[in-house]
Write a protein that binds this ligand. Structure first.
Ligand code: PMP
Length: 306
């Protein structure tokens, strides 16, 4: 649920929440031609701070490239807009949503002279899959929907249109009583969740599908790989994971800016490991929250203070 008050930065200016609107014939609404980010600002021991803002901004501009979308605002302008949005809305912690999309001008599939609208909004957002999920883990369903292949649409661009696939997979899972989905790629190997990357632990080694498996190059994925390697774990992040390997995993967990580090305790009818958050997951989850809430002084360069 949204804040419904406060301000949103829209095309260079702050507008009241209720006035941050767009025309019904907006190109991006009809054809899914938008790109976006999901970023968290944490209430840290050193004040409110965006986590890995630079990397999110990198991916924002990279996502726009295949669509020839020109974002007319510089990194400095979008950074200032974002920091000001958090300040003006008095947020101690926030979920931040920058989005750029082809706007209102004409409705040919070719965007032609459609402007690129750019918006940054921020609001409070707790644990994506619930507080309990972080401790107890979740039950997930292998979706009957496959991920887009990266030969069909660039899956490493965070494009609005891609998320109809995510919605189908997630809602199918929830209709069947599961909290979230695992989505296989076109080859039938494990890709990721609808809005999360997936990790597998077996014999103290950590595996996550490689970037050629039609996944988003997740920033939390990179954070967790780094934290795991710093703790002496061997991490294989260039591998394929078959569906069957899910069943024999010691531990499974999801990562994402929204989902953070969420344990998976069951896949379809199969209980994973001992059916609760596993020890490696717990260690990395603890390391993650210690990091993002600045209970450690490591990786200070990953923080942009508000
Ligand atoms: N995969 C998909 C499809 C996603 O939407 C997300 C969320 N952005 C992720 C993975 C995780 O990426 P990140 O850790 O950068 O949020």
């Amino acid at each position: 649920e949204m804040a419904e008050d406060g301000v949103i930065w829209q095309n260079g200016e702050f507008v009241d929440w209720a006035d941050a609107t767009t025309h019904v014939l907006t190109h991006g609404l009809h054809y899914g031609t938008g790109i976006f980010e999901g970023v968290r600002a944490y209430d840290t021991e050193q004040g409110t701070a965006l986590f890995r803002w630079d990397e999110h901004l990198d991916r924002f501009y990279q996502s726009a490239k295949p669509y020839d979308m020109e974002i007319e605002y510089s990194r400095e302008e979008l950074t200032e807009a974002t920091l000001a949005t958090i300040r003006r809305n008095d947020l101690e912690s926030a979920y931040v949503r920058p989005i750029a999309f082809y706007g209102y001008h004409s409705l040919g599939v070719s965007p032609g002279d459609c402007p690129t609208d750019v918006v940054v909004a921020a609001w409070p957002w707790g644990a994506y899959l619930g507080e309990e999920a972080l401790e107890e883990g979740i039950e997930v369903m292998v979706s009957s929907w496959r991920k887009h292949a990266s030969s069909q649409i660039p899956t490493n661009a965070k494009t609005t249109g891609l998320y109809v696939n995510s919605m189908l997979a997630g809602e199918e899972a929830r209709r069947n009583g599961f909290a979230e989905a695992i989505v296989l790629n076109k080859e039938g190997n494990v890709a990721e969740g609808p809005g999360e990357n997936l990790f597998l632990v077996r014999d103290d080694t950590i595996y996550t599908p490689g970037l050629s498996e039609s996944i988003l190059d997740g920033i939390t994925r990179d954070t967790v790989i780094t934290l795991a390697e710093e703790r002496g774990y061997e991490v294989n992040d260039t591998t394929s994971i078959s569906r069957g390997e899910l069943n024999t995993a010691d531990e499974l967990f999801f990562t994402g800016s929204a989902a953070e580090v969420t344990p998976i305790r069951q896949v379809d009818n199969v209980v994973i490991g001992n059916g609760s958050r596993g020890p490696v997951t717990e260690e990395l989850q603890q390391a993650f929250f210690d990091l993002v809430e600045r209970r450690t002084d490591e990786h200070d360069d990953w923080f942009t203070y508000v």
